[in-house]
Design a protein around this ligand. Structure first.
Ligand SMILES: [Zn+2]
Length: 76
């Protein structure tokens, strides 16, 4: 599980490390800090998920995902 989540806002799908208050998506109207260093208002409508991915968030998300993979698994 990666530490970031995708959030449609402002006409783009951004990624964020912010915690989601509940469920699998940020609720509409929530202020979210994105990986491209913006503060955006989440839009949880169905159409919003069809927006283009934010390029900055996309490359930053890839970097985060790789960093997570390199961390050795904690023994349980
Ligand atoms: Zn972004």
């Amino acid at each position: 599980m990666y530490p970031f989540h995708w959030v449609p806002a402002d006409g783009r799908r951004h990624a964020s490390l912010d915690k989601r208050p509940w469920g699998n998506a940020y609720p509409s109207g929530m202020l979210v800090n994105t990986l491209c260093s913006q503060e955006v208002v989440a839009d949880a409508t169905r159409e919003a998920w069809l927006w283009k991915t934010c390029d900055d968030c996309n490359s930053e998300a890839r970097r985060v995902a790789e960093a997570v993979r390199e961390v050795p698994r904690m023994s349980v």
